[in-house]
Write a protein that binds this ligand. Structure first.
Ligand code: ADP
Ligand code: MG
Length: 358
């Protein structure tokens, strides 16, 4: 769960201050405050409309604390995380887990099912192999990939909602929540901010962004969405309100070996890291889903990936692929409802016909 550069930038609304006549529980009359802090290997940012700085600071520190708490549950880098403890007991039967860990695992299992295994948090052994490959600049060999594949499989992570347990069926199995954890944490931070009575906020953990409401007088938060290098072209802007956006791709974490570029996203079905350059942006009703779907669509590619997006309620996506010298873009049907007016050409992807654009 590590990322150094955010894939999307918050443009936000222009700073705005109005006199705070009646602070009230909904904090409607308020000014804009922004805070940032390092979490989950990346920069976490919170933009909040609050009646005063003290209130804004208090709410954002609580939200950052919630993110830190979830990192302590989900991190595979930390020896003392709940996830690490669960993985140590792989092969030993069902283990009772916290509500937080159960929910993020349940969302993972659902998407593993819906994607036919393209998204799979049990792919940790493969992810570790490819992480080492990036570090040493050398491909894993076939036997290593097969050994890691033998410990991977969505049917080996069994959840039981009644007993609140997770059962990792084989000894040596591991779980990696890198493809879903930041979106889940951003969503949980947004829920906390809502519970505190705020109605206008934006929470970003790296490229996973959750919007609460919209800035005063606006229909949504304006977000710049990064793409593949587009030669200085202005990034696409989207409008987001009570929804989430995530961007995945191989912009930052990859290795080139013998002229082939290998991503940090792997296809659990083949055991291979993705090759070629791509960037996928997904909008969804919540951050857990947008984060996990963005990773999934990277693996599935435009045809199957957009089919999954179309059958997911409230989801929209754009895919950019580098092909030769040009970038090919695809968008799902609902993408245009989010795209801010006048933000560049876009082709809508329909079934098997793909229309290149720009
Ligand atoms: P980032 O973490 O760079 O924002 P993603 O959300 O796409 O990007 O997550 C990538 C991470 O997800 C990888 O570093 C790895 O930990 C994990 N991962 C890679 N491939 C898969 C996959 N097929 N299914 C589930 N998780 C994956
Ligand atoms: Mg993701």
């Amino acid at each position: 769960m590590r990322r150094l550069v955010a894939a999307a930038l918050i443009v936000g609304a222009a700073a705005l201050s109005r006199a705070s006549a009646s602070p009230g529980p909904a904090h409607q009359s308020s000014a804009r405050y922004e805070f940032s802090s390092q979490h989950m290997g990346t920069l976490a940012r919170i933009v909040l409309y609050a009646p005063g700085e003290a209130a804004a600071r208090d709410a954002s520190s609580r939200a950052f604390a919630r993110i830190a708490e979830l990192d302590a549950v989900m991190s595979d880098y930390r020896e003392d995380s709940e996830l690490t403890a669960l993985c140590r007991r792989a092969g030993q039967g069902p283990v009772r887990v916290s509500g937080d860990l159960f929910r993020v695992l349940a969302a993972s299992v659902r998407l593993a099912h819906d994607s036919g295994g393209a998204f799979d948090v049990t792919a940790a052994p493969l992810i570790h192999l490819w992480r080492r490959a990036r570090r040493i600049g050398q491909l894993p060999d076939r036997a290593e990939i097969e050994a890691a594949r033998a410990l991977t499989g969505r049917d080996r992570l069994i959840l039981d909602a009644r007993t609140h347990t997770a059962d990792l069926r084989s000894a040596g199995m591991q779980i990696d929540l890198g493809g879903i954890g930041k979106g889940f944490a951003a969503q949980e931070a947004a829920a906390l901010i809502r519970r505190l009575g705020y109605r206008t906020a934006l929470i970003a953990i790296g490229g996973d962004i959750v919007a609460v409401g919209a800035p005063p007088g606006r229909t949504g938060w304006t977000i710049d969405v990064a793409d593949l290098t587009t030669g200085g072209k202005a990034p696409q802007q989207i409008l987001l309100r009570d929804a989430a956006v995530s961007t995945s791709g191989d912009a930052e974490q990859w290795v080139a070996i013998d002229g082939v570029r290998y991503s940090h996203i792997i296809d659990p079905r083949s055991g291979m890291a993705l090759t070629g350059r791509r960037s996928v942006t997904v909008m969804a009703p919540d951050g857990t889903l947008s984060d996990a779907l963005a990773t999934t669509v990277c693996v599935l590619g435009p045809v199957e990936g957009l089919a999954l997006i179309e059958r997911t309620t409230g989801a929209a996506a754009r895919i950019s692929l580098l092909e030769g010298d040009g970038i090919r873009r695809f968008a799902s049907r609902r993408w245009r409802y989010f795209a801010a007016a006048g933000s560049g050409p876009m082709s809508t992807f329909r079934n098997s016909t793909s229309a290149p654009s720009a």
